[in-house]
Design a protein around this ligand. Structure first.
Ligand code: HEC
Ligand code: HEC
Length: 284
C-alpha cells in the first residue's frame, strides 16, 4: 500500500474539517490539482444536465481507487461502476452526483445501507477517498460520453463479437496460460449463464487459494487454504488432513490463482469484456 504523506493545511477547511477531519487531511495532501472542472467536456447524457461539481482528485488517487474498486466493488457494481447484478449503476447515482468530497459516499461505505445489500467496509479513510475519487471519475466519464456505455446491463451481454473474443482469449488476454476451451472451460456456458457467467469470468467465485507452510521445526505443507485470519492459518494437506497453526508460529505463503483475473480486469477494455464473454458463451 502506498504510504500517504500528508501535509495538512489548516486554513479554509475549518467547517468541513470538524465533520470529516481525516478525509479533509487526505484531500489537502493532494498537491497537484487535477484538471479544473471547467476544462472537462460538457456533453451530457440524457437529462442529467451539467456535470456534477465536486472536489478535484489527483490521477494517483483515481488510479489507486480503481484497483481497490476492482477488488472490492466491481463484483456488484460492475468493473466501471456502471452497475452489476446486485449493485446499482453508480455512474447514474444521484447520491454520487450530489457528493462533494466523500461525505455521502463514505456514509454508505461505513454501513448506512447494510440492510439493503450494500456491505459495510472498514477501510482507512485514505482508501475511502481513493474510492470516492474513482467513483466520481467514472461518473464524470459516463456523463460526458454518449453511446458506448460501460457496465454490465443485461442487454450488453449480447453485444460482443465471439471471433474477436477468441482472438483476445488466445492472444493478448493470456487466458490460455491457465485455460482451454476444450479443457477446464469446456461447457462453462452450460454451467453458468447471463450475468452469473460474466461474474465468473471476471472473478471466479469458486477459485480456491492455496498455502504453503513451513513450521518452526522445519516441516513443510502445501494445500488448499481452509481458514485464515490474523492469528490462525488452517489448511488441508495432500492426504486431506486438516492442520492449523498460530500464524505467528510458522512461515507461510498464500497464493490465489484467480489473482490473474484481477490483473486481467485492469487490462480489459469494455469491448474486450463483451467480446470475450461472447466467446465464452459459445463454450457449451
Ligand atoms: C455485495 C454487493 C455489493 C458490494 C461488494 C458493494 N456494493 Fe455498493 N451497493 C450494493 C447495493 C445492493 C446497493 C444499493 C443499496 C440500496 O438500495 O440502498 C449499493 C449502493 C451503493 C452506493 C449508493 C448508490 C446510491 O445511489 O444510492 C454506493 C456509493 C456504493 N454502493 C459504493 C460501493 C463501493 C465503493 C463499493 C466497494 C468498496 C461497494 N459499493 C461494494 C451492493 C454492493
Ligand atoms: C494464472 C491463471 C489464470 C489466468 C491467466 C486466467 N484465469 Fe480464469 N481462472 C483461473 C482460476 C484459478 C479459476 C478458478 C477455477 C475454478 O473455478 O475451479 C478461473 C476461472 C475462470 C472461469 C470460470 C470457470 C468455471 O468453470 O467456473 C472463467 C470463465 C475464466 N476463468 C475465464 C478467464 C479468462 C477469459 C481469462 C483471460 C482474460 C482468464 N480466465 C485468465 C485462473 C486463471
Amino acid at each position: 500500500m502506498r504510504p500517504m504523506t500528508t501535509r495538512i493545511k489548516l486554513t479554509c477547511v475549518a467547517v468541513v474539517a470538524a465533520a470529516y477531519p481525516v478525509l479533509v487531511a487526505t484531500m489537502q495532501a493532494a498537491p497537484q490539482a487535477a484538471a479544473p472542472q471547467s476544462g472537462k467536456p460538457t456533453i451530457t447524457v440524457g437529462s442529467q444536465g451539467p456535470l456534477p461539481v465536486h472536489a478535484t482528485f489527483t490521477k494517483e488517487q483515481i488510479n489507486d481507487g480503481s484497483g481497490l474498486f476492482l477488488q472490492n466493488c466491481a463484483f456488484c457494481h460492475g468493473k466501471d461502476a456502471g452497475g452489476g447484478e446486485s449493485g446499482p449503476d453508480l455512474t447514474r447515482s444521484k447520491l454520487v452526483a450530489s457528493d462533494k468530497e466523500g461525505e455521502k459516499i463514505s456514509e454508505v461505505l461505513h454501513g448506512s445501507r447494510v440492510g439493503k445489500g450494500m456491505p459495510r467496509f472498514d477501510l482507512p479513510n485514505a482508501q475511502v477517498m481513493w474510492l470516492v475519487a474513482y467513483v466520481h471519475s467514472q461518473q464524470d466519464a459516463a456523463m460526458s460520453q454518449t453511446g458506448d456505455r460501460k457496465g454490465v446491463d443485461e442487454s450488453d451481454l449480447h453485444t460482443g463479437n465471439a471471433t474477436l473474443g477468441k482472438a483476445y482469449f488466445e492472444g493478448p488476454g493470456g487466458c490460455t496460460r491457465c485455460h482451454s476451451a476444450t479443457g477446464n472451460l469446456a461447457g462453462v456456458a452450460t454451467r453458468y449463464s447471463g450475468l452469473k457467467l460474466e461474474e465468473q469470468m471476471l472473478y471466479p467465485e469458486s477459485s480456491k487459494a492455496s498455502v504453503s507452510v513451513r513450521t518452526a521445526s522445519g516441516q513443510s505443507f502445501k494445500g488448499p487454504l481452509e481458514y485464515q485470519d490474523e492469528f490462525t492459518i488452517g489448511m488441508r494437506d495432500g492426504s486431506g488432513t486438516y492442520h492449523s497453526w498460530p500464524a505467528a508460529a510458522i512461515t507461510y505463503t498464500v497464493s490465489d490463482p484467480a489473482q490473474a483475473h484481477v490483473v486481467a480486469l485492469a487490462r480489459y477494455t469494455d469491448a474486450d469484456i463483451h467480446n470475450v464473454l461472447a466467446y465464452i458463451q459459445t463454450l457449451k
